[in-house]
Design a protein around this ligand. Structure first.
Ligand code: FES
Length: 189
């Protein structure tokens, strides 16, 4: 079965038409696939290549470079914990290890309840907010171990708390749809 339904194919064309060169729509279309599947499968890579008229290898080269694209099944919430220097100095590594304990075995793929994926992240460019945690790319500043436990509890209930700025974009499918440059599913734009 195709990843891109006829409606998603139509939206793919809408996205591609925003750019002077079709291949420039590569990343938005990877997000579109991720919004449909909750991750990006091999079939999804091939369908993006097909829409853009480029090779699957070209699509894969981009998809494997950026950690925002999950190339294996993922939880509804990807919890990324920075362990680079500034965050490490302020407890980022201990936070990551604590997250491992709280989420349980297999957390780096997907937790047994299908809700969470744990990701050890490189610098996220917000070193002044160390130690930094992101949930589906929304930042939580200066997270303590206690705060982390509360955050994980809330995510398991499907109820992400407001990040340090703005609103939370939702689960990985909803977030990916926004990053594809589209509104919530079913919303008229
Ligand atoms: S080192 Fe963690 S955000 Fe820069």
């Amino acid at each position: 079965m195709s990843v891109l339904t006829p409606e998603l194919r139509r939206e793919s064309e809408e996205i591609a038409a925003r750019y002077p060169t079709r291949r420039s729509a590569l990343m938005p279309l990877l997000y579109l696939v991720q919004s449909a599947e909750g991750w990006v499968s091999r079939e999804g890579l091939q369908e993006v290549a097909d829409v853009l008229g480029i090779t699957t290898a070209e699509v894969e080269a981009v998809a494997t470079f950026y950690t925002m694209f999950r190339l294996e099944p993922a939880g509804r919430y990807v919890v990324s914990i920075c362990t680079n220097l500034s965050c490490a100095l302020r407890g980022g590594k201990a936070l990551y290890e604590r997250a491992h304990e709280l989420m349980g075995p297999g957390a780096e793929q997907v937790t047994e309840d299908g809700m969470l994926t744990l990701h050890e992240e490189e610098c996220l460019g917000a070193c002044d907010a160390a130690p930094l945690v992101q949930v589906n790319f929304a930042n939580y500043d200066r997270v303590t171990e206690e705060g982390l436990a509360e955050l994980i509890e809330a995510l398991r209930r499907g109820d992400p708390p407001p990040p340090s700025r703005g609103e939370h974009p939702g689960d990985l499918k909803a977030t990916s749809r926004l990053l594809a440059g589209l509104g919530p599913e079913g919303a008229s734009e």
